[in-house]
Write a protein that binds this ligand. Structure first.
Ligand SMILES: Nc1nc2c([nH]c(=O)n2[C@H]2C[C@H](O)[C@@H](COP(=O)(O)OP(=O)(O)OP(=O)(O)O)O2)c(=O)[nH]1
Length: 142
């Protein structure tokens, strides 16, 4: 039986902005924008995969915060699931898979050409996002 491959996308939120990344490869995706992330490896948790991918691709340390409800089909056999994440250390740089990064406010979110398959996922992030309240999904401490 072929298993569906889960791709984790990171909705990295910092100071009221969301990080978008422009893919540099493969050719059919290059130039379009996505949530940075990558494939969950066998036996790996999605949260671990997210932290690993963002360290490899962007050179930053992040804390996964919460899953954004939903699941979005990518190419056949692949689905996208999204976690919000908080930046703990580092300044994101396009080290791997991307050639440009942009921090977007909610008003700027549609200024970039998101991959078609990411549009619904970004809408779901936006629906949960309250910039003044910090990172969505984060447990409130009383
Ligand atoms: N990371 C990410 N990948 C996406 C998104 N939307 C989308 O269609 N994809 C596609 C691109 C790739 O075909 C696949 C993810 O693979 P990847 O190349 O980013 O993952 P990876 O780092 O684990 O891959 P690899 O280079 O190790 O093979 O999903 C998205 O928002 N984020």
């Amino acid at each position: 039986m072929t298993q569906t491959i889960v791709v984790v996308g990171g909705a990295l939120l910092d100071r009221g902005r969301l990080l978008a990344a422009r893919r540099s490869a493969p050719p059919e995706l290059a130039g379009r924008w996505e949530l940075p992330g990558g494939k969950v490896e066998p036996g790996e948790s999605p949260e671990h995969a997210l932290a690993r991918e963002l360290r490899e691709e962007l050179g930053v340390t992040v804390e996964p915060v919460g899953r954004v409800p939903g699941e979005w089909p990518l190419k056949p056999g692949y689905v996208l699931r999204v976690w919000t994440a908080r930046l703990l250390a580092g300044v994101p740089e396009p080290l791997e898979d991307h050639d440009e990064l942009r921090w977007l406010t909610p008003e700027e979110i549609w200024d970039v050409d998101w991959l078609d398959q990411d549009v619904a996922a970004v809408e779901a992030v936006l629906a949960e996002w309250r910039p003044t309240e910090g990172v969505p999904g984060r447990a409130c401490s009383s």
